[in-house]
Design a protein around this ligand. Structure first.
Ligand SMILES: Nc1ncnc2c1ncn2[C@@H]1O[C@H](COP(=O)(O)OP(=O)(O)OP(=O)(O)O)[C@@H](O)[C@H]1O
Length: 285
């Protein structure tokens, strides 16, 4: 668990974080999302104690932080470095490290010096270093940037395992689709302020006009369905290839609308709500 209350950070006259409050709960993946310069690294640096000067209150438990890929021991081999970290973290065996090296596809390069690794290979070593050991809270700053798709999937599955073990996990990423997929809670940061924190449904509430309620009808019923929606004053988006009709200004409770559809003898194959995407949210803040 991390609890950040009214934290501010100044770099000279520049206010990097302005009265920031949020929490990172156990058993969940929390993502910190914001544009370049929003304040994500400053949050992580202050949590990791790299920035000792701040005002406000931070409560945290034993923390493991993924290091910067360029801050690893350059002259050691990946394996030598991880063996050293494994022993510092008092792990009894290398089993977990070996498994991760294999899963992330760098087992065969383990005896190569870190300075001769590609950026993505360094990120993998940095991820493993943060992952091994027993901590309460884990911070992964852009773990998958520059990492191949297969390895990024492995990383995110491993991050999920930590949350399932009731650890608190904070990650950052510029990959909005990845964030949407993995996050239990999203913290939106903009210009050093926390804009909002919650699930995608919660943080996108202000974009209610972008929410769509989509109905899948029999192809022959679509014209009737569209006519009904128009009669009821709804704005529709029609896809006649898939027989999907979406309603833009749908009510929060669709019960009455469904009753009207049934009364008009229209057969539905399904209906579902489409939330605004995280990209829509980012575009709007
Ligand atoms: N050491 C520093 N000295 C002065 N200003 C700084 C320093 N570090 C960060 N800043 C400023 O603080 C603000 C927040 O920067 P930060 O690095 O936290 O952003 P970020 O969200 O991590 O961005 P990115 O996505 O580009 O990594 C920016 O305006 C940046 O210019």
């Amino acid at each position: 668990m991390i609890s950040v209350d009214n934290v501010s950070v100044h770099f000279g006259s520049k206010v990097a974080l302005n009265d920031v409050s949020f929490s990172v709960k156990n058993g969940a993946i929390t993502s910190l999302v914001g544009k370049n310069g929003a304040g994500k690294s400053t949050v992580i640096n202050v949590l990791s104690s790299y920035l000792p000067r701040y005002s406000g209150k931070i409560s945290k438990q034993r923390l493991s932080v993924m290091p910067d890929a360029d801050n690893l021991y350059r002259d050691m081999t990946g394996y030598h470095f991880l063996k050293m970290m494994n022993s510092i973290k008092k792990n009894k065996s290398m089993a977990q490290t070996d498994a991760l090296l294999r899963e992330l596809g760098i087992w065969d390069s383990r005896e190569t010096k870190i300075k001769d690794y590609s950026f993505g290979m360094k990120k993998k070593v940095a991820f493993i270093q943060a992952y091994i050991g027993k901590f309460d809270t884990y911070i992964f700053d852009e773990p998958t940037s520059g990492v191949d798709y297969a390895a990024a999937k492995v990383m995110m599955a491993r991050v999920r395992t930590l949350a399932e073990k009731d650890k608190a996990v904070l990650i950052t990423s510029h990959d909005m689709q990845e964030i949407e997929k993995v996050s239990d809670s999203i913290i939106l940061i903009a210009n050093g302020h926390i804009n909002s924190q919650g699930t995608l449904a919660e943080i996108s509430e202000f974009l209610a006009d972008k929410k769509l309620l989509t109905f899948v009808s029999l192809p022959e019923d679509q014209v009737k369905l569209v006519a009904l929606f128009n009669k009821l004053g709804y704005i529709t988006v029609i896809d006649d290839q898939t027989s999907k009709t979406s309603v833009k200004n749908a009510p929060a409770d669709a019960t009455e609308l469904l009753q009207k559809i049934i009364e008009n003898n229209i057969t539905l194959k399904g209906f579902y709500e489409e939330l605004p995407s995280l990209i829509d949210v980012m575009d709007a803040i």
